[in-house]
Design a protein around this ligand. Structure first.
Ligand SMILES: NC(=O)c1ccc[n+]([C@@H]2O[C@H](COP(=O)([O-])OP(=O)(O)OC[C@H]3O[C@@H](n4cnc5c(N)ncnc54)[C@H](OP(=O)(O)O)[C@@H]3O)[C@@H](O)[C@H]2O)c1
Length: 172
C-alpha cells in the first residue's frame, strides 16, 4: 500500500492558522490536483479535526476519519470513522483492494503516519502566502530524508513539489 501525503501549505510551512481554519486559501490549482490524485487512489485518510472543517464529504472517494471517539458513526456510506492505528488501517484498506491511500492531514495524523514510517511520497502545494503562526505540516518531532522528484508551477502562483521519502523511519 502506497501512502501519499497531499497537503497545501504556505511559504512558511503552515497548513492552517488554527484547528478550525476552513481551507479556502489553497487555490483552484491545489483543489484540482487534490481531486485528481485522491480520485485515482480512491481512499483518503484524515484526522477528525480536518474532517470537521470540511463542509461536506468528498464525493466519489472512500474517506476514513481517524478518531478515538467510538461514539462517532457516519450516516454517509462513503465516510468511515476508525479507531485503528495507521498500520492496521492500511492493512484493512489493502484487504478492500486499495493500492494507494491519500493522507490528507492534519498535522496530528500526518505525524502518526510519519512516526510509523508509513509515508511513501509527499505532494506539497506551496501557496504564495505567509501566516507567520499556525499549524505546520507535522505536529511533533519527525526525522525524514526526502528526494525532490518533480516540481511544477500551477495557476495562481502555486508551486507543486513532489517528494519521495528516502528514510521513512522517523524519530518517534
Ligand atoms: N492545508 C492543507 O492541505 C490541510 C489539510 C488537512 C488539514 N488541514 C488543517 O489542519 C487542521 C487540523 O489539523 P490537526 O493536527 O489539528 O488535526 P487532525 O490531524 O485533522 O485531527 C486530529 C484528531 O485526530 C484524532 N485522532 C485519531 N487518532 C489519534 C491518535 N492516535 N492520536 C491523536 N489524535 C488522534 C483526535 O481527535 P478525536 O478526539 O476525534 O480522537 C485528534 O484531535 C485544520 O485547520 C485543517 O484545516 C490543512
Amino acid at each position: 500500500m502506497k501512502v501519499i501525503l497531499v497537503m497545501a501549505m504556505t511559504v512558511d510551512g503552515m497548513i492552517a492558522k488554527s484547528g478550525d481554519h476552513f481551507p479556502d486559501w489553497t487555490g483552484k490549482g491545489d483543489k484540482r490536483l487534490f481531486m485528481e490524485i485522491s480520485k485515482k487512489a480512491g481512499a483518503v485518510i484524515m484526522g477528525s479535526k480536518t474532517y470537521d472543517t470540511l463542509k461536506k464529504p468528498l464525493p466519489d472517494r472512500k474517506t476514513v476519519v481517524l478518531t478515538r471517539n467510538r461514539q462517532r458513526i457516519s450516516s454517509d456510506p462513503r465516510v468511515v470513522f476508525s479507531p485503528l492505528c495507521p498500520a492496521n488501517l492500511l492493512k484493512e484498506l489493502a484487504k478492500e483492494g486499495y493500492k494507494e491511500a491519500i493522507l490528507a492531514g492534519g498535522a496530528t495524523v500526518n505525524t502518526l503516519f510519519a512516526a510509523a514510517g508509513l509515508i511513501d511520497e509527499m505532494v506539497l502545494t506551496v501557496s504564495p502566502l505567509v501566516f507567520g503562526t499556525g499549524i505546520s505540516l507535522f505536529a511533533g518531532e519527525v526525522d525524514m530524508s526526502v528526494e525532490l522528484v518533480e516540481h511544477q508551477r500551477l495557476e495562481g502562483g502555486l508551486l507543486c513539489l513532489r517528494y519521495r521519502i528516502l528514510s521513512p523511519d522517523a524519530a518517534a
